[in-house]
Ligand binder design. Structure first.
Ligand SMILES: [Zn+2]
Length: 194
């Protein structure tokens, strides 16, 4: 059985038995927060449990490494929509230790692409066209520093509501322990925006 058919088979029963009923909620986050975190598999259930979040409590945006790759890309847009349209009043940037994006070697990724049939010539074509492929694929060395930078980038985004606290945290993917790297309330107080 393929993954897709297993999923569809489960889904039919799920709907039939009304198992969705216990998840009923609205599109607005009850805790009025939006979270940007990593797509890491270990965080699927661990992160919400470790933060005491239930269905309906938060908007959760995910990207590899919890990175905001571009100030006008879809991650930043999601955060802004959550704030201006969906009643999120706080932003949480949550990276994690042992992140796959902290050990990215762009040369190795490019070699893997080539071994799967991507023409090596394409990389020089893209580079000539001004695409910073290495910078785009590259993650970070230190998750703490990366979270700090992402929080700064979101906080200082030109379209960001300056009264919205932006917190930076790092979670342990094994124990669920959260470390606060930046307290968004303190940052606001320091700027006199409390
Ligand atoms: Zn990760």
């Amino acid at each position: 059985m393929t993954n897709l058919s297993a999923i569809m088979e489960h889904n039919e029963k799920f709907v039939e038995k009304h198992e969705y009923e216990k998840y009923a909620t609205t599109k607005f986050p009850n805790k009025r927060i939006v979270i940007l975190t990593c797509m890491d598999t270990r965080l699927i259930e661990l992160l919400p449990k470790a933060m005491n979040l239930k269905n309906g409590d938060a908007k959760i945006v995910k990207s590899a490494g919890a990175l905001v790759a571009h100030p006008f890309g879809s991650i930043m847009r999601s955060l802004l929509i959550a704030i201006y349209e969906l009643q999120a009043d706080e932003v949480y940037i949550i990276g994690h230790y042992d992140c796959g994006m902290s050990s990215i070697n762009t040369d190795i990724i490019i070699d893997k692409m080539v071994s799967r049939g991507i023409d090596r010539e394409l990389f020089s074509t893209l580079t000539h066209a001004g695409v910073d492929l290495e910078g785009w694929l590259h993650g970070f060395e230190d998750v703490t520093e990366s979270v700090r930078q992402s929080a700064d980038a979101v906080r200082n985004h030109p379209l960001m509501d300056k009264k919205v606290p932006v917190h930076g945290l790092v979670i342990d993917p094994k124990t669920g322990k959260l470390d606060v790297i930046e307290d968004g309330y303190e940052k606001l107080a320091a700027q006199g925006n409390e």
